[in-house]
Design a binder for this molecule. Structure first.
Ligand code: GLY
Length: 399
């Protein structure tokens, strides 16, 4: 008889402890507030584009809405799904389904983009994680097929852009699209996707990285696979360290270690983390300037999107190494998360065009999206919140 009470007592204590977390811990209180802001902001943004086929992308100089073919189209639906899992708000669920549906045709879009991972895995991937539905799985496999069609086997990497002077440009951001390929191989049992991902990661590690573990942004290849050029398109200069590029690389190699167990990826991720965490140009609140070598530091704009990606990646990295080292990564990621959740970066409800975070940089050299909210800053910020709460054993619906 007594035994029957144990699960009930366990559940009760989880409820009591969980429901007290925010009152007892200011960090949890801050995240509880942030989740409330996110819920309200995302619904505002969804309402803004209700009767269109578009997605909110950024704000500066004015509200920028994009169509499904934009590289950022998957982030807004992905944020809706993540926030729905945090809150259980049925209005978010309805919007998440609606905005994900808008991306249906993108699975076949192989000609123009290498960003199918961002577009499909951040939207349908989040839908699959929430609903466990067969349809999302089918869409993702189709998108993975499209993505690998952009890999020339003579070169061994997935081509990024089809514009510009380069022969075969590959950008560090492309590391992020590999996660969908690893998933597709696990799901279908066909190693082809994973093989492309591993080769891409290996060649990128060799040619994108400098001795100090910082990364070029763009490496272009000749048709025989030799390097044509190494440079930086969205950063300050060819030899500088563009902040978001460092963040994409850290996240990408951490994910590659999770998916393969290959220690060389872990070592590489740790070297990138060291570069980021110990860079002398990192400001006191740790939210990086848009480029680590921006000439106008300390007046250069910050990039909250890079901080959000790094925070999320470091939470994962913290679980892959011995405890003392893991604590170092966890603490840094927590500092980033808490500072992003402060008034300096977190929007007030009803402001900021419906975006959650302020102060990111899209493409400064092109004079585009400077000191603005960005939908991908919001996406990775929510992911970082989810990872943080999970590592602390907390249920977002009970904090
Ligand atoms: N993938 C483009 C960017 O990070 O701005």
């Amino acid at each position: 008889m007594r035994r029957n009470f144990l699960p009930i007592l366990g559940l009760l204590s989880l409820f009591v402890l969980g429901s007290c977390s925010a009152e007892r811990d200011p960090k949890i209180a801050s995240l509880k507030h942030a989740i409330g802001v996110a819920d309200s902001q995302l619904l505002d943004a969804a309402a803004e584009l209700d009767t269109t086929n578009c997605f909110p992308r950024s704000l500066m100089p004015k509200f920028r809405a994009v169509d499904a073919k934009d590289w950022t189209s998957g982030f807004f639906p992905g944020s809706l799904w993540q926030c729905y899992r945090f809150t259980g708000d049925e209005k978010l669920l309805a919007e998440a389904k609606k905005y994900t549906d808008r991306l249906e045709g993108i699975q076949y879009y192989c000609k123009g983009t290498h960003d199918l991972g961002f577009m499909v895995f951040c939207s349908f991937g989040q839908q699959m994680q929430t609903l466990h539905d067969r349809h999302s799985e089918e869409v993702i496999v189709e998108a993975a097929k499209s993505l690998i069609s952009r890999c020339d086997p003579r070169i061994g990497v997935i081509r990024s852009w089809d514009f510009g002077e380069w022969n075969y440009p590959v950008i560090i951001d492309n590391m992020m699209n590999l996660e969908m390929l690893f998933w597709a191989s696990k799901h279908t049992g066909d190693p082809v996707y994973r093989d492309v991902a591993v080769r891409h990661a290996d060649i990128t590690m060799k040619n994108h990285y400098r001795d100090d573990a910082s990364s070029f942004h763009v490496v272009s290849y000749n048709d025989d696979g030799t390097v044509e050029s190494q440079g930086t398109f969205q950063g300050y200069s060819d030899s500088s360290a563009w902040a978001r590029g460092q963040a994409w690389g850290l996240y990408g190699y951490t994910m590659c270690y999770r998916e393969t167990g290959d220690a060389k990826y872990l070592k590489h991720a740790e070297r990138i983390a060291d570069f980021i965490m110990h860079h002398p140009n990192t400001p006191a609140d740790r939210i990086p300037y848009w480029d680590y070598n921006a000439p106008d530091i300390p007046d250069a704009p910050r990039d909250a999107s890079a901080a959000a990606v790094v925070s999320s990646a470091l939470f994962e990295l913290s679980t892959m190494v011995p405890e003392a080292e893991g604590k170092k990564y966890f603490d840094y990621a927590e500092t980033l998360l808490m500072n992003l959740s402060s008034d300096a970066y977190l929007a007030k409800k009803g402001t900021n065009g419906g975006f959650i975070l302020m102060h990111s940089v899209g493409h400064l050299p092109a004079d585009s999206e400077i000191d603005t909210p960005l939908n991908y800053a919001d996406y990775y910020y929510l992911e970082a919140i989810g990872r943080y709460l999970s590592l602390r054993g907390l249920d977002p619906r009970r904090i």
